[in-house]
Ligand binder design. Structure first.
Ligand code: GDP
Length: 139
């Protein structure tokens, strides 16, 4: 079993897509091991996206991520990191495959509805950024 961090970003929550995103995960046999709603501060969003701090879009991205509530989840399944990235679709919704979350709902390269960890190392550090061990259910 593998775990990954998923975020329904502020645009996804604002558009009422929380249920639809979770439905897609559960339909694909992905289990939710932890879930909560948060409203990140700018500093918390900067900490989360620290790897992107030199990128030109860092300020705009961290403004967006701290602009409203988001839902953070620990997902669990076999091969869930790749599985979740597949369900999400490409970063740029214009390049995302048909039937993916970003293709169906994103409106902008930045406001792309969901986040998902991209490797076992980032999954471990991103999960521990938002959740302590007691908050993650052993399924
Ligand atoms: P992800 O792993 O698919 O989320 O993509 P990245 O790690 O490359 O980028 C992180 C997030 O930054 C993306 O999900 C977007 O919200 C945002 N982002 C990426 N590229 C751009 C860009 O060129 N412009 C802007 N404004 N935001 C971007």
């Amino acid at each position: 079993m593998e775990r990954t961090l998923s975020i329904i970003k502020p645009d996804g929550v604002a558009k009422g897509l929380t249920g639809e995103v979770i439905r897609r995960f559960e339909s694909d046999n992905i289990k939710i091991a932890a879930i909560k709603m948060i409203h990140m501060t700018k500093v918390q969003a900067q900490g989360f996206y620290d790897v992107h701090k030199e990128r030109p879009f860092f300020d705009s991205l961290t403004d967006f991520m701290s602009s409203g509530p988001a839902v953070v989840m620990v997902l669990e399944a076999e091969n869930v990191i790749a599985k979740n990235r597949e369900l999400m679709g490409a970063t740029n919704y214009k390049e995302a495959a048909e039937g993916t979350i970003r293709k169906d709902f994103a409106t902008d390269i930045e406001k792309n509805v969901v986040h998902g960890s991209d490797s076992p190392e980032t999954a471990a550090s991103e999960i521990s950024y938002f959740f302590n061990q007691l908050e993650i259910i052993s399924l």
